[in-house]
Design a binder for this molecule. Structure first.
Ligand SMILES: [Zn+2]
Length: 195
């Protein structure tokens, strides 16, 4: 999703960092036969599981040019303000991965507010990992958690509106949320006195 003016701090953010030195790091770029890109009800194209993917599986590495934040800004400075496509993924203060250039299928994975996967950083590389078991045919998703920026237009939450359809959809791909999640309020229980 392009960000016309992408400041450091803007772009998708990995949910957590993995401990370094895990032997799984080896060479998981993608796993053949695990997933397929096709049209998605959520947004444009999406990535779907071809077989059951167990919780904890590293599904794919998010690949693309590794550039500085400044270079990333320059690359997308002419994108229209209402263009909500971003292939930029923040690794750290210095490096952004631009999946729009030399990227792989990971760039087609859609956002969800109730995702079945998450992004994580390991040794300055970004991986998408299943956080629950994913069934064959299910769309693979993670929470983009696109950062907010002072230079955002007032309607930035509309530009990055989320239509993932999850029950607790927060209505925006940005994080932290500015609005209450849409949809019915969840009933909360509290301890009451017995009569
Ligand atoms: Zn949503």
């Amino acid at each position: 999703m392009s960000q016309r003016k992408r400041k450091p701090g803007r772009g998708k953010r990995p949910a957590r960092r993995a401990a370094r030195g895990r032997n799984t790091l080896a060479a998981i770029v993608s796993r053949p036969g695990m997933m397929r890109v096709r049209r998605s009800r959520v947004h444009g194209r999406g990535v779907f599981a071809l077989r059951r993917i167990r919780k904890g599986t590293r599904i794919i590495e998010y690949l693309g040019d590794r550039v500085s934040h400044r270079q990333a800004d320059r690359r997308y400075e002419h994108k229209h303000i209402s263009d909500n496509h971003t292939f930029l993924f923040i690794v750290d203060r210095n490096v952004v991965i631009d999946g729009g250039s030399n990227g792989n299928d990971a760039r087609f994975i859609n956002h969800s507010c109730d995702p079945n996967s998450e992004s994580l950083i390991d040794d300055r590389r970004i991986f998408i990992e299943a956080i629950r078991t994913i069934q064959p045919g299910e769309e693979i998703t993670y929470d983009y958690q696109i950062g907010r920026d002072r230079a955002d237009p007032p309607n930035v939450d509309d530009i990055f509106a989320c239509r993932c359809g999850a029950q607790g959809c927060r209505g925006s791909m940005l994080w932290p949320p500015r609005h209450r999640p849409r949809g019915p309020r969840r009933a909360t229980r509290r301890a009451g006195k017995n009569p």
